[in-house]
Design a protein around this ligand. Structure first.
Ligand code: BEZ
Length: 221
């Protein structure tokens, strides 16, 4: 995504929302934050997604994560649409704010516009983008999906768990990792340093190269 790379500080955009005006840096404060865009209110995939995010709110709260939606519709449309979302996904009130960007200013600044998807007025819509922002206000991870493909919020929780673990310890998570499974010791740690961080020990996988870089460790719970 040109203009907003991993590690960049997220722009301090300001916009009106379903819960009043929001300044992004103030909203983030020092929390992990997920900002997610959707192509439009009163559309089917978006209605399923925003309901699921509301249903997963307790999981995000457990991880100390704030949620923030965004589309190019107005606050009035968002407020009317929320009633549909809550009817489709009952017992999951939409308690997170949704930003309104009818002039497409902040959607562009956040690299969330979809150049291929146009509204009835011919103007570009937001894509299904999702940025995970760290407490340092820097971009840690981005998804960019087209309008036709709904996101998987189990995967969002999984990558959050990986990001939060890796922010505290020198580890990385392997392919298809799930919380509780062994993780990989970061290649930046020597065995001597690893011994201090992981006194429980680890398993080094024997590989044809003979290089001891694949070190699996069970984290203490
Ligand atoms: C939807 O939310 O259903 C949708 C939005 C844009 C393109 C395709 C589907």
């Amino acid at each position: 995504m040109p203009g907003l790379a991993l590690g960049d500080v997220i722009p301090n955009i300001e916009a009106d929302s379903t819960q009043g005006p929001i300044k992004l840096h103030d909203y983030i404060d020092e929390s992990w934050t997920i900002i997610f865009s959707h192509p439009g209110d009163f559309t089917p995939v978006c209605t399923t997604e925003l309901g699921m995010i509301a249903a997963y709110a307790p999981e995000f709260k457990k991880r100390g994560v704030k949620l923030l939606g965004l589309s190019t519709d107005s606050v009035e449309d968002h407020l009317r649409w929320i009633k549909d979302i809550e009817a489709y996904t009952p017992d999951a009130p939409v308690q997170y704010p949704i930003l309104a960007d009818p002039h497409r200013k902040i959607t562009g600044e956040l690299n969330m516009l979809d150049p291929d998807e146009k509204g009835p007025n011919g103007k570009p819509l937001a894509s299904r983008a999702l940025h995970i922002i760290g407490p340092d206000k820097r971009l840690k991870l981005s998804f960019l999906y087209p309008g036709t493909t709904g996101r998987n919020f189990d995967e969002v929780l999984r990558v959050l768990d990986s990001l939060q673990l890796a922010s505290k310890q020198k580890i990385a998570t392997p392919v298809n990792w799930q919380p509780g499974e062994p993780v990989l010791i970061s290649p930046s740690l020597s065995d001597k340093e690893a011994k201090q961080q992981f006194p429980q020990g680890w398993k080094t996988i024997n590989l044809p190269s003979g290089e001891p870089y694949l070190r699996l460790v069970n984290l203490k719970t």
